[in-house]
Write a protein that binds this ligand. Structure first.
Ligand code: TA6
Length: 296
């Protein structure tokens, strides 16, 4: 249902089963909560998150569009996460994948202000769906509606903040041996070593041509987040660690220990749409019990 969230901002709550739930704010079209059947919160939300436009909300799943990062003319990660979306009452038929799910359809349309910096017309439809087993699915459909025949290009990310018990006991599987651009070294290209990725310092890497499925294993909780993606070839892995965390005003000093961003993205190669063309990017998250013991 639609209700008032923090600071009176509108949010939609989706519920399934005993206690599965998800929340998405119209501000930013941002998922801010995803709970399992025990009502446990699975996404990280900073205690210092500022739910006040035009600041982006620190946590959940910010939408980075039409630009990932700060390498362009727009604000960092583009404007979609800093705008008010509306509920889409007449969406075009969505893929059948959403059948028997509880979902909400949101839409973002260009504003005069944004057109000054990104002079294109588009429709960005976002469906947030909660499956009967509590899996969370985000489907973005972006269409070029330029009347003047002009194509446009964009980069994109679902900037997902996973909640983890202890970052030093987290492992990521699925990115081994892949090339990545290191955002801490001017996006210089490297190749990842051969075994699962673990964390002991700041990391900010854009993995390229990644598999559909990536796993984030939380040792203490004996829980694995499984991320499946379509239309999003890259995956960004980010933890600010202590020094960077202290420098981020809406991020608690110690909170880096309890979060990891693994982001389904299209960064290395931008996506180009001609008028009338539509791009679809899907993210599906599930949280399953895992028998992972650290150091394995
Ligand atoms: O996801 C990685 C990243 O690009 C990092 O470089 C860091 O800036 C992070 O995004 C958070 O960006 P934000 O604008 O939300 O503070």
């Amino acid at each position: 249902e639609v209700c008032k969230g923090i600071n009176g901002l509108d949010k939609v709550v989706l519920r399934e089963g005993r206690a599965f739930s998800a929340e998405v704010y119209l501000y930013g079209g941002q998922v801010t909560s995803w709970k399992n059947d025990h009502g446990e919160e699975l996404l990280f939300m900073s205690n210092k998150a500022i739910f006040k436009p035009p600041k982006p909300i620190r946590g959940g799943i910010p939408i980075c569009f039409p630009q990932f990062g700060s390498h362009g003319s727009l604000e960092q990660h583009g404007f979609a996460r800093n705008r008010f979306w509306s509920i889409d009452t007449d969406p075009p038929p969505f893929p059948t994948a959403s059948i028997n799910k509880t979902f909400i359809d949101l839409i973002l349309r260009p504003s005069e202000e944004d057109a000054k910096h990104w002079p294109h017309s588009y429709e960005f439809r976002l469906r947030v769906a909660l499956g009967p087993s509590g899996d969370l699915m985000l489907t973005s459909r972006i269409r070029n509606t330029n009347p003047d025949g002009k194509p446009f290009s964009f980069t994109f990310a679902y900037h997902t903040y996973f909640s983890v018990s202890d970052i030093s006991e987290v492992r990521v599987e699925g990115l081994e041996t892949l090339d990545y651009l290191d955002n801490m070294l001017e996006r210089e290209r490297f190749t990842e070593q051969g075994d699962a990725i673990t964390f002991e310092s700041e990391v900010d890497k854009i993995y390229l041509s990644t598999p559909t499925k990536i796993a984030v294993l939380d040792h203490e909780k004996k829980r694995t987040f499984v991320m499946r993606k379509d239309g999003l070839p890259d995956a960004v892995v980010w933890n600010p660690w202590d020094k960077k965390a202290k420098a981020i005003p809406d991020f608690g000093d110690d909170e880096y220990k309890h979060m990891l961003c693994v982001e389904a993205a299209a960064v290395e190669k931008s996506i180009t749409l001609r008028p009338g063309e539509e791009w679809k990017g899907r993210l599906e998250l599930s949280a399953v019990p895992s028998s992972y013991c650290s150091g394995q």
